[in-house]
Design a protein around this ligand. Sequence first.
Ligand SMILES: [Zn+2]
Length: 470
Amino acid sequence: MGRELVDIYVRGGFIITMDKNRRVIRRGCVAISNGRIEAVGKCDSLDKDYKGRAAEEIDATRSIVMPGLVDTHVHLVQGMLKACANYLRLIPWLRDRVWPLQGSMTSDEALAAATLTMLEMIKTGTTTFLETGMVGRYGVDKIVETIHRSGLRAAVARHVMDMTGYALEEGILHPGLVESGEESVKDTERLYNKFHGWDGRIFIWFGPRTPGAVSVDLYREISAKAKELKTGITMHLAEVREDVEYTVKIFGRRPVEFAHWVGLTGPNVVLVHTVWVSDDEVKLLARTGTHVSHNPSSNAKLGSGIARVADMVREGVNVTLGCDGGPSNDNYDLVEEMKIAALLQTVSKGDPTVFRAEEVLEMATINGARALGLEEHVGSIEAGKKADIITINYWDPKLMPLNDPVSHIVYAASGNDVRDVIIDGKVVMRDRRVLTLDEDEVLRNVERMSRELFERTGICREPNIMWPIT
Ligand SMILES: [Zn+2]
């Protein structure tokens, strides 16, 4: 062939670039070649070079075109556990429901659940995500291979632990999830050697469990190893008040101070939740360049609290956005998550000026890319960057008239409005049809395997509805 100048030409959309100048382009066009963005600008000036000369042209005339979303906190295998742990606070939620289910999963069930979550993320516009913690029983290799096949870009953290508690609750981790320090570190290094850097889309991180499940020595070992391997670390921290009670009582330090003391702060660290943090801890996060993953739906549903996002952003902390998991959210729709994030800040401060839609969109795109160490590659639509781009159809009563596209994405849209998804310059979803995974097969698998898991564990067998079911 050779007559085509570029692979894909996205033509005619309202482009929110998220580039350094945060340019927004009416009637904009994007040319994509060899996985990268070759040009972005007004169609008026790009058409003469690219119109009719792309292998594939995507008509975006009634669409918003923007960078793919970056979800910085995902539990892949929890996709199967939606509504399985409602109306519980975090510790009983983990101890009595979520951990027994995860600790009883076979690797086939874990793969089915993880694939379901990947499919949902693609269909709602997430192109890059950070998985928080895999354990050996899930069959991590197959899950990583499936992420690669799905077309998604991901940092996959592997859980590391050497104790079995959560905060002051000793020994409550389900036996099916318990691993030794040695085996969890070794397996992380094995996965790193096998997969890290695969096609520039797969990265292996350390995912230490929360304080109460990891010794100080092991935290320090993880910190050193991550630096040596030039990779990342992610950990839940200060999600609930009990997390603060634990580090203060045992170590005389608040959670972020504790994390700093054991080497878990810095530009390669993403701390998740950080709801219960003091002014000094916010400053410490900013000073050390530690990233935060804010998960507003999860924190709200479990009654955990409202993170001080507006305060953190004002202090210069890089705050990003995450959906968390099936039983705490209960979906992986980062578009919806943006709205919850915005609303929680304004209602908790009693001030509609405290947080803007632009800031929320930064959290879900460029800030997330920065947290994952991928800012030079993704998170914005700029010439030279990898082409991770989504289109959102606005020709729909929900999004019309298009008075303010940024506001509409945050306050009016949901992930179901995402129409096309391009990752690494490849079309992964076209007109809402996912091209990399067989949607019907994924859903059939998950329906069958979730039944088996629930029957075996006796958890989530019947809907937890107050009314009689006939
Ligand atoms: Zn989580």
